[in-house]
Design a protein around this ligand. Structure first.
Ligand code: XMP
Length: 520
């Protein structure tokens, strides 16, 4: 049995809504596996017995732009319950003989919906007030219901805010139950799953762990697997999962580029080799990286040099292990899901910098990607289930090229040492003040300018340290974190007083966009 093939699931057919991933996450939070497919790809023949319910997502189209979407409507003739959300609700009505029109009043934002009749879908949803606040986002709406459909709830502007066809088990919701602005929205999704699709819970971290371990054993058999371990969340979870599944047939390679956070190499060896008893090959390549990076200041060149050298070193050590057949990678579900564009081309976008680029092709290795059906928050929970410490699981992201891109200009041993210390003090202070987990990512950078300072009776001329701390959901957009003055004063003092080489500290207050999170 494999995770994607036979696990009972809710299938989410994507029509391009910005909230499709959120629907999938809500279903999984409720404890049931869900998978997203594009409306253009899914055909009747793909629907097997494991699909216990179908959700039609929202989307940017209107139901009369028939040439812009292709959806195999025979799917709706199966005996599987269907929930249409927003555009999904409109298309469900349209395909069953109803009509959809442009609304007189477009609705974007909060609205109240009022109960009109009982329905399994709204069991324990409305409460005593028989009304709930919901999040609307639509220009069109259903204007005439198809035969055998009944109104379950209405809003002032949308008569058909929730509808049902009990015989066919079709349900339509004009608003978005998956967003947190909709009060009690999760209840609607869980009613659909448990009361209407009658699916059983199958998606706890424990279920995932057991299933993934079985899948890995089945896939790799008696063969050896290599894995590039960085100490970050994804590669740590992949390594530990494989460790549980195949033990000593897993070989992890950890490359110390010399551009890691202070003491990171000690911690990684301590955790993975000593505590978790993995086959860990520790490669100290500090000198090799520094040599290749000598006098290079262009950010893209730095990234290329580091990426290529990393692959070369990894390959060198991997080749020493005989008969390796697989490479394990921490590809996640959002990397696999197709682009949201419904009308344009749909390209699958794998973030190349998260993978050990080029290796499988060159070395003729097959990939093991056990996390490819998981969202980041699920990977974190799985990591805890696998006995990885909270410290590893909730660590801030750290870029592959490491400190090199936090040090504009040329890279020297002296600068690396200064930067490691500054970053260490900053992160320590965040932990001591209980701020580390309120911040999505924080780090210190070293700017390639020296400024004048005065310490005691002496004039100093030293580097400028920049601190960055941001809040974010996924790193795509970010805002700077607002520290109290007392914290800023104490960290600035600590850095300047403790580190020879820095005499000034500045705080980065730009958001992303227009800035990026890293400096280079
Ligand atoms: P930017 O700087 O693009 O960063 O706003 C967004 C997030 O990605 C991380 N980042 C990287 N991660 N390899 C990685 O594995 C890279 O080359 C890389 N560049 C940036 C960055 O730390 C932030 O979390």
């Amino acid at each position: 049995m494999s995770l994607d093939q036979n696990l009972n699931k809710i299938l989410i057919i994507d029509f391009g809504s910005q909230f499709t991933q959120l629907i999938a996450r809500r279903v999984r939070e409720i404890g049931v596996f869900s998978e997203i497919v594009s409306h253009k790809k899914i055909k009747l023949k793909d629907i097997n017995h494991s699909i216990k319910g179908i959700v039609l997502s929202g989307g940017p189209l209107n139901v009369y732009q028939i040439n812009k979407y292709s959806f195999d409507k025979k799917i709706l003739q199966l005996d599987v319950p269907v929930l249409g959300i927003c555009f999904g609700h409109q298309i469900l009505s349209k395909l069953n003989g109803g009509t959809v029109k442009q609304s007189k009043h477009r609705e974007f934002g909060l609205a109240n919906v009022y109960k009109k009749k009982n329905s399994l879908l709204t069991t324990n949803f409305f409460g005593i007030k028989k009304s709930k606040q919901v999040w609307m986002s639509h220009a069109d709406q259903v204007s005439k219901l198809p035969k055998n459909f009944k109104v379950v709830a209405s809003s002032t502007n949308s008569k058909f805010a929730i509808v049902e066809n009990k015989i066919k088990k079709y349900y339509g919701i004009q608003f978005h139950p998956e967003v947190t602005h909709t009060e009690n929205g999760k209840k609607l999704i869980s009613n659909f799953i448990f009361l209407i699709c009658k699916i059983k819970r199958n998606w706890s971290s424990m279920d995932q762990k057991n299933q993934l371990i079985k899948d890995i054993r089945k896939q790799v058999g008696n063969n050896k697997v290599i894995c590039a371990l960085s100490g970050g969340v994804d590669s740590s979870v992949v390594a530990q999962l494989l460790n549980k599944a195949i033990g000593k047939k897993l070989y992890c390679i950890f490359v110390n580029t010399g551009l890691l956070r202070k003491n990171e190499e000690v911690q990684v060896v301590q955790t993975f080799k000593k505590r978790l008893k993995m086959n860990l090959i520790y490669v100290n390549a500090e000198k090799e990286f520094l040599k290749k990076l000598k006098n290079v200041s262009d950010p893209e060149k730095k990234r290329k040099i580091i990426g290529n050298l990393f692959v070369k070193i990894f390959e060198r050590y991997a080749n020493k292990i005989k008969n390796v057949k697989f490479l394990a990678q921490g590809t996640l579900y959002p990397d696999l899901i197709e682009s949201k564009s419904v009308t344009g081309s749909q390209t699958s976008k794998i973030k190349s910098h998260h993978n050990v680029g080029g290796l499988p092709k060159k070395m003729n290795l097959k990939l093991v990607e056990p996390l490819k059906f998981l969202f980041k928050d699920e990977v974190r929970k799985l990591g805890l289930e696998l006995n990885l410490s909270k410290e590893i699981i909730s660590r801030h992201p750290f870029p592959g090229p490491g400190l090199a891109i936090r040090m504009p200009g040329i890279i020297t041993n002296e600068k690396i040492k200064i930067l490691k210390d500054a970053d260490y003090y900053f992160i320590q202070a965040l932990r001591e003040h209980g701020l580390y987990h309120k911040i999505w990512q924080a780090y210190a950078a070293l700017l390639p300018v020296k400024t004048v300072g005065v310490m005691g009776d002496n004039r100093t001329y030293e580097y400028l340290c920049l601190l960055r701390a941001i809040t974010s959901d996924d790193g795509m957009t970010a805002d700077y974190y607002e520290f109290k003055k007392s914290f800023m004063q104490s960290i600035s003092n600590k850095i300047v007083n403790s580190i020879r080489g820095i005499n000034r500290v500045v705080y980065d207050v730009t958001s992303k966009p227009p800035s990026t999170i890293e400096l280079e």
